[in-house]
Design a protein around this ligand. Sequence first.
Ligand code: ADP
Length: 569
Amino acid sequence: NPTTTESAVVDGSALAGRALAAAGVSHMFGVVGIPVTAVATRAVAAGVRFIAFHNEQSAGYAASAYGYLTGRPGVLLTVSGPGCVHGLAGLSNAWINTWPMVMISGSCDQADFGKGDFQELDQIAAVKPFVKVALKATSISEIPRIVQTALVTAVAGRPGGCYIDLPTDVLHQTISESEASSLLSEAANPIPPQIPDPEITEVEKAVSLLRHAQRPLIVFGKGAAYARAEGAVTKLVETTGIPFLPTPMGKGLLPDTHELAATAARSLAIGKCDVALVVGARLNWLLHFGEAPRWSKDVKFILVDVSKGEIELRKPQVGLVGDAKRVLDLINREIKDDPFCIGRTHPWVESIRKKAMDNAAKMDVQLAKEVVPFNFFTPMKIIRDAISAQGSPAPILVSEGANTMDVGRAVLVQREPRTRLDAGTWGTMGVGLGYCIAAATADPDRLVVAVEGDSGFGFSAMEVETLVRYQLPVVVIVFNNGGVYGGDRRTPEEITGPHKGDPAPTSFVPGAAYHTLMEAFGGKGYCVSTTDKLKSALSESFSARKPAVINVIIDPYAGAESGRMQHKN
Ligand code: ADP
């Protein structure tokens, strides 16, 4: 039983820190304060690396991306009330992208709940829409079990966020060392639930559909990347010769430069394929709901997803519920006994290759022009070449912004799996700095390069201090065109009404010196507006592998409003 006697030596904060370390948590992201500062310091003492942020929103984005990159839940620590509310950004991001994450928030004293206590909030109710499970420790003895349950649940089946609520009084309760040890060992090593394989008859149906297709296509997304299915999908593509189309974050499972890549022939590939094997990617807005007219109305879908609900929602011809890597292994095994390959000279493969080459040639013409003051393409090509020159392990690219992300997706090249983090399923702006920090801590061997619009950068620009404090190898390239989509482009006639002295809602201070923000903390800042200066800033900062901001001055008239999403406006 909890006691407060002098013989008691382990409090709730120490027990939580030890439970996290015992469960294998190696990193935690967050913002400390009442009542969780000691949870952070105790976790650090137990061996966890704590990355302290300025804002829980960025820390939460970091935790979610860490979960995606490592396959282990990213852990976010927040204070109660407002800290929990800020953390919801990260938790909802984990939910919508199906990434494993655990948010731990302190909460007010249980005895004072309902009386208007300091930072009081019904946090269990607040997190509900975004979590697989929300658990509150009502006594210190529950902490180890709850920590384990949340961590296991986050990765079980379809990954997602889980929540742990640690009330102040529980953090202050104490138990003896021997009680703590036995609670920790009782909670240890729960058996993670296995994802069952799909029925073999369904695998046979899928293979038969692929085998008899005239115009087959393999589409894969970040669920396949999360499942580490790169080996299996490469084998499938290379034995069958079927062209493939990655979603933006699926890019890199096979190199973008692969001869069967249909990325540069996307409209043709999805518009004309008759059988599409879609692995770890939802048929949501990003894939035009799998509907005509973007897809052929007769296309037959084979969907592979860990979520049965996702497959039931889409009603494909064949649904294979299971882990992407495992299901692709089963498909490869089924093909092995009676292999087929559609061949390089097949009209379908040739038409895709030809279209992709034509589009690539058009893009090359655009990239060959050196446009100064910069448009989006000229600096993007220089950045592409500088990233490619890095070789292997390839840098992790973080990308956000409207025009910056659109142009970046078309121009930048992904060669290795899980090297692209972008605005994701919601198209969320403001994820960039959190993702950079997650990438640099999850994979310390890789350089991290963020290519961001000035608007996206502004959401969490203060976290450049975090980059400097932890000396992370992150180069943030800001495409600075003076606003959201661009600067103030109104004609004098458009500037009317009582507030006509105000800047346009889309605009920021023109020519903002974002690089000096980094310099303020001792990092390296560059401001560039010519090709030579950009090349030398990239070469210097990539080889230094130290925190840097490159402020790239872009023509304020260069970007389109809403980027390529004008139809949603
Ligand atoms: P993208 O944005 O790349 O199109 P989505 O986020 O829409 O990808 O889809 C990812 C899908 O992957 C989700 O439906 C999720 O359930 C699924 N998924 C997650 N983990 C796995 C896994 N291990 N195996 C198969 N599917 C998975």
